[in-house]
Design a protein around this ligand. Structure first.
Ligand SMILES: C[S@@+](CC[C@H](N)C(=O)[O-])C[C@H]1O[C@@H](n2cnc3c(N)ncnc32)[C@H](O)[C@@H]1O
Length: 366
């Protein structure tokens, strides 16, 4: 992913209008990516090669006319190629250009794009409820965002968890990496694991480790259990529907982590305290959360703008369901997180020297 550092400050009204028009096109193209992803159009083109609208419709089990419109829209957007645009409508052959499977089909690709479309659709699912929440100050429960949000979130992070969690992030803590490989088998607590890809990645990277995942959302835990079974690691990975802030949460773990979820929590200090308790004195906790600047400023860079979008539409309302709430939102800045970690009793807060476009890595001990 390439991120531009910032967009122009002090733009003219015409430029802002132009930006909004471009956003309309981009947003609609993302919704059309969602259509192709959910209906299996990209997959059929990837598996069977170039095809006409009747062929794609036949393979995907969809209506021919709708399918042709989608294929033409995709070619117009530059997402698909059409080798014979002059041919009669039903004879035009569309194909996924070389390498585009990594964007639209491969679930473990670090340049995956279909997951982004799904999370966008999930994010806007409860918009009427969101407007009401703005008026009342109530939250919008994570469950109400539905399957596209939960699955989209899991799919967006799965590639990084699969390829980077053990290989780069934990590798940046050689003592933890060594413990996870050693005997007696290490125990790991994966807090807010959603659909379980972090737990699965850990079990695969560390064949001796035993992982317990804890997440509040029942639907996510059910999906996580299915993913764990499909990955063949159910003998070492258990998924629990549990509030990680529960003071009764007990156990002795060698390592605890929480990926992209502390900013969603109404009481992050309770959860961080529980994590500190779970790993005991000298144990290590890893918090992976958003890489945003230390202070607010207008005309943010692309990461900040994306995080504010998720915050307004999803994370802040999710974090305002349980009262009282610290009301963090997605844009959890470094000083805010450090305060939570200190209040939870951690004496040492280090940042791992790991490069990542959107994540920052806090190692907590003490
Ligand atoms: C943005 S999702 C991240 C899921 C997963 N870690 C990932 O990277 O895909 C946040 C998750 O934190 C969970 N969560 C929030 N508060 C929690 C709490 N107090 N205890 C356990 N899980 C919690 C939510 O249910 C949700 O699955």
């Amino acid at each position: 992913m390439t991120l531009t550092p910032s967009h122009a400050a002090n733009a003219s009204p015409d430029e802002i209008a132009g930006r909004i028009f471009s956003s309309l096109i981009n947003a609609m193209e993302l919704f059309c990516v969602y259509v192709g992803d959910r209906l299996g159009f990209y997959r059929t083109l990837h598996e069977h090669g170039p095809a006409t609208a009747p062929e794609v419709a036949e393979r995907a089990g969809t209506n021919e006319r709708y399918t042709r419109e989608w294929l033409e829209q995709q070619a117009s957007a530059g997402f698909l190629a059409c080798d014979n645009p002059e041919a009669a409508a039903d004879e035009r052959r569309f194909r996924l250009p070389d390498g585009f499977g990594a964007v639209f089909v491969d679930p473990e690709s670090l340049i995956g794009g279909a997951s982004v479309a799904q999370i966008l659709v999930g994010t806007v699912a409860p918009l009427p409820e969101l407007l009401e929440a703005f008026r009342t100050g109530d939250g919008v429960p994570y469950a109400n965002f539905g399957k596209d949000m939960h699955e989209g979130q899991a799919r967006v992070n799965r590639p990084a968890l699969t390829h980077l969690l053990a290989q780069e992030w934990i590798a940046a803590m050689p003592d933890v990496d060594a413990r996870l490989r050693a005997d007696p088998p290490a125990r790991v607590a994966d807090i807010g694991m959603g659909q379980g890809w972090s737990s699965i990645a850990l079990a695969r990277a560390y064949p001796k480790a035993q992982v317990d995942g804890f997440d509040l959302d029942e639907a996510s835990v059910t999906a996580a259990r299915e993913n764990v079974r499909a990955a063949g690691v159910e003998d070492r990975v258990a998924m629990h529907a549990r509030d990680a802030g529960d003071p009764d949460l007990a156990g002795q773990y060698d390592f605890a982590l929480a990926v992209e979820c502390v900013h969603d929590m109404s009481d992050p200090v309770a959860v961080l305290s529980a994590m500190r308790r779970l790993v005991g004195p000298g144990g290590t906790v890893l918090i992976v959360d958003e890489r945003v600047p230390d202070a607010f400023a207008p005309n943010g860079d692309e990461v900040e703008r994306m995080m504010y979008g998720f915050s307004v539409l999803h994370c802040l309302p999710v974090g305002m369901v349980d009262k009282p709430s610290v009301e963090t939102g997605t844009v959890m800045r470094r000083p805010t997180f450090r305060r939570y970690a200190e209040q939870a009793g951690f004496s040492q807060i280090d940042e791992l020297p790991v490069e990542h476009d959107t994540f920052r890595f806090y190692r907590l001990t003490g």
